[in-house]
Write a protein that binds this ligand. Structure first.
Ligand code: 13P
Length: 254
């Protein structure tokens, strides 16, 4: 049985005070929501402040990115060990904004995933097609390429310790959410790819989140799909009510 995860990717938003206030509000409201894992991903400079606020609550935290090397002359970068030091449980890797704006490749993402796992972090590995890919009928091919490239050389134990997020690029920040059927179709495909690469038991255990314009009003029907195990939420995660409203959709499912 896969336990749902509702993850809030704050991206490059908020300042220190607003991050702490949001974390506080989420921790408070989270007390009323059961049967679902909750996590927030603040900008890295505010992780420590958020950690102090969330410590002892039922909300975990993580980072939006990291660098694969353990230490050294990598100006501006942050290692997996540093994130562990900040109490991070998760790290988002391969987000489409990093793939498409910052030019990250599957090979680089793969290095990051391996380093994250080695440090004991849970990678939230993002994949997703562009609108042009979908319109050309290439969604399946793109998703497979990204998944296989990002997960190269991962053992069965390592994939079992990871989370996958399907985020169609055309649905991110656009208000155009994938239909529950569109999401379910890709999630099922992803699980089939995992079953082929590993085995059915591993594939059945991996949590696959949907991301892209998820909000409280559309979450329940997405989360009701059998292969949608949670949500990776951007804009709506910046408001405690919305974020917890999404989590409440899972509770109803359970
Ligand atoms: P939105 O929820 O703002 O569409 O962002 C989704 C996302 O990219 C989460 O990682």
């Amino acid at each position: 049985m896969r336990r749902a995860l509702i993850a809030g990717n704050w991206k490059m938003n908020l300042d220190r005070a607003a991050s702490v206030a949001l974390a506080k509000a989420i921790a408070e409201q989270a007390k009323a929501v059961e049967g679902v894992d909750l996590a927030v991903f603040p900008p890295s400079v505010y992780i420590d402040a958020v950690r102090e606020t969330l410590h002892g609550s039922r909300v975990s935290w993580g980072a939006q990115n990291m660098y694969p090397q353990p230490n050294g002359a990598f100006t501006g970068e942050i290692s997996a060990a540093m994130l562990v030091d900040l109490g991070c449980h998760y790290v988002i890797l391969g987000h489409s904004e990093r793939r498409h704006i910052l030019g990250e490749t599957d090979a680089q993402i793969n290095q990051k995933i391996l380093a994250a796992l080695a440090a004991g972090l849970v990678p939230v590995v993002c994949v997703g097609e562009l609108l042009a890919d979908r319109e050309a009928g290439h969604t399946g091919k793109v998703i497979r390429q990204q998944l296989e490239g990002s997960l190269a050389n991962l053992s069965a134990e390592q994939i079992a310790a990871s989370v996958i997020a399907y985020e169609p690029v055309w649905a991110i920040g656009t208000g155009k959410v994938a239909s529950p059927e569109q999401a379910e179709e890709v999630h099922m495909d992803l699980r089939k790819i995992l079953a082929g690469r590993y085995n059915a038991t591993i594939a059945e255990g991996v949590r696959i989140l949907y991301g892209g314009s998820v909000k409280a009003s559309n979450a329940a029907e997405l989360l009701a799909q059998p292969n949608v195990d949670g949500a990776l939420v951007g804009g709506a995660s910046l408001k405690a009510d919305e974020f917890l409203g999404i989590a409440a959709g899972v509770s109803r499912k359970a």
